[in-house]
Design a protein around this ligand. Structure first.
Ligand code: FEO
Length: 403
C-alpha cells in the first residue's frame, strides 16, 4: 500500500503497515504486524491527523507528497496521541514543513517539549474547540478530550461536516492491513482476535475512561471511525463502537480460559481433568493455554473474552510458578473484574502456589469457586475427581450467570 487511499474527495489515509517490529512497546508480540494510521485532510488549509513511527518516515512523506505535490505545504498537524508509534515522525515532518502548527491538548504540548524538544508554533485546544480548514472541502475539526485512552494527553478529532471520527488508539487493534483498509474490504472476523488482544492489553486498564469517552461521543453522528491502528470503519462503525463499549463494561461471552503451567506434568494432569469436567457438563467453549509457552497477552485477551477463568499452577520455591505469577500480576495490573474464577495446583516439599492464587482472587473482583484443589506431588484419584468437579461447577455457574 504505497499510495494514499481516499476516504472521501479531500480526506486520505496516509498510514503505513509495520510487519517488521517483533514486539509492540517491546512487550506485545506482533505476529500479524500492525498498522500506524495517519490521515491527511486537504482543504484551503492542509491538516495531518497523527503521524507514524519514525522508521517509516520516507514512505510516509512520499504519500503526503503524492496528495499535495511538490509545492503545497502542511498547515496543521493534529496530535491526538503522543505515544511514539504516532508521534515519531513529528520532528522530521517539522523539518520538511517548518511552518506547520502542532495542535493538541495542553498535556500534548507539554509532552512535545519533553519528548522532542519542540516548543514553538504550537496550539493548545480544549474540549469542544474547533479548527476551520476552509470552505472548499468543508472541513471543520472539533476536538474531544479523552484522557487515558490511552495516555493522559489523548484526544479525538471529529470532522463535523464529513462525520469522521479520528479516534486515536480507541477503536484500534493489532494486525497489518492486508490490501484494503476499510471494514468492507478486509475480513473483519480475522481481525477480531487481534483487536481484542490490543484492547485488553493496551487500553483495558482504562475501561472507566473508555466509558467516559463513549459518553462524550453520545449523540454525535459518526459515519466513519478512523483509528490509529487497524481497519477504518465506514460500513459498520457501530460494530467497533459496540465492541469497545461491551469490553469496557467487562461484559463477556459464555466460555472459559483455562490457563495452567506445569513443571513435571502433575499440574497438567489436573488441568486435563478440569477440562474433562467442563466437557462432562456439556460446556465446549474452553481455551487452554500453557502459561510457560503462550505469551501472556493472548491469555489476558481470552480472560477478557470469557466469563470463566481457571488458573492452575505448581508451587515454585514457596510461591507461584513464575510464568503464572506473570499472568496474575498482569491481570491485576489490567484491573479485569467480574469474572468467575477457579484455581488448582500442586506442590512438593512446600505449599504456596495455590495459596498465592487464592490471595490473587481475594484481592481482585473475582467470584472464587469451590473446590480449590491442591495436590501434593502427583494428584490422587480424589484430587482428580475434585478437578472434574471444579470444571463441572464452573460450567454450572456460567450457565446460571447467563440465565
Ligand atoms: Fe498506538 Fe498508545 O499508541
Amino acid at each position: 500500500m504505497k499510495a494514499p487511499i481516499p476516504i472521501n474527495g479531500s480526506t486520505w489515509w496516509i498510514g503505513v503497515n509495520d510487519r517488521e517490529t517483533d514486539l509492540f512497546e517491546s512487550i506485545w508480540p506482533l505476529p500479524r504486524g500492525v498498522s500506524y494510521n495517519s490521515y491527511l485532510l486537504a482543504d484551503e488549509k492542509v491538516a495531518v491527523v497523527d503521524t507514524v513511527k519514525s522508521s517509516a518516515f520516507d514512505a510516509y512523506l512520499a504519500k503526503i507528497r503524492r496528495v499535495l505535490g511538490p509545492e503545497r505545504t502542511v498547515d496543521y498537524v493534529v496530535i491526538n496521541h503522543m505515544e511514539p508509534d504516532h508521534s515519531g515522525s513529528l520532528r522530521l515532518l517539522r523539518e520538511v514543513f517548518p511552518h506547520a502548527q502542532l495542535v493538541g491538548s495542553k498535556k500534548t504540548i507539554e509532552f512535545l517539549g519533553h519528548l522532542y524538544g519542540i516548543t514553538d508554533n504550537t496550539r493548545i485546544v480544549g474540549h469542544g474547540d474547533e479548527l476551520d480548514l476552509g470552505d472548499s472541502g468543508g472541513h471543520t475539526l472539533r476536538f474531544a478530550l479523552t484522557p487515558m485512552v490511552h495516555w493522559p494527553e489523548t484526544m479525538m478529532t471529529y470532522d463535523t461536516a464529513h462525520q469522521i471520527l479520528f479516534s486515536g488508539d480507541a477503536f484500534g487493534g493489532f494486525g497489518a492491513l492486508d490490501g484494503g483498509i476499510f471494514d468492507d474490504e478486509v475480513d473483519v472476523d480475522y481481525f477480531d482476535d487481534e483487536i481484542l488482544r490490543y484492547f485488553s492489553n493496551i487500553v483495558g486498564k482504562y475501561c472507566p475512561m473508555v466509558q467516559r469517552a463513549l459518553a462524550k461521543l453520545q449523540g454525535t453522528p459518526i459515519k466513519v471511525v478512523a483509528p490509529t491502528h487497524g481497519p477504518v470503519w465506514r460500513a459498520d462503525p457501530g460494530r467497533i463502537l459496540g465492541a469497545y463499549d461491551r469490553w469496557s463494561r467487562y461484559e463477556a461471552d459464555d466460555g472459559v480460559v483455562l490457563a495452567y503451567a506445569s513443571m513435571y506434568g502433575n499440574t497438567t494432569s489436573m488441568m486435563e481433568s478440569v477440562a474433562k469436567g467442563l466437557l462432562d457438563a456439556g460446556f465446549p467453549t474452553v481455551r487452554v493455554h500453557d502459561a510457560s509457552r503462550t505469551h501472556v497477552s493472548y491469555i489476558v485477551r481470552d480472560a477478557w473474552r470469557y466469563k470463566g477463568i481457571i488458573l492452575g499452577s505448581p508451587t515454585y520455591d514457596t510461591g507461584l510458578f513464575p510464568p503464572m505469577a506473570n499472568l496474575v500480576n498482569l491481570l491485576a495490573e489490567k484491573k479485569l473484574k467480574g469474572r468467575i474464577l477457579g484455581v488448582f495446583g500442586s506442590y512438593g516439599w512446600s505449599g504456596g502456589g495455590v495459596k498465592a492464587l487464592t490471595e490473587f482472587a481475594a484481592q481482585g473482583d473475582y467470584n472464587l469457586l469451590e473446590p480449590v484443589v491442591e495436590a501434593r506431588f502427583a494428584p490422587t484419584p480424589t484430587d482428580i475427581e475434585a478437578c472434574r468437579l471444579l470444571g463441572r461447577t464452573m460450567a454450572e455457574r456460567i450457565r446460571a450467570a447467563s440465565a
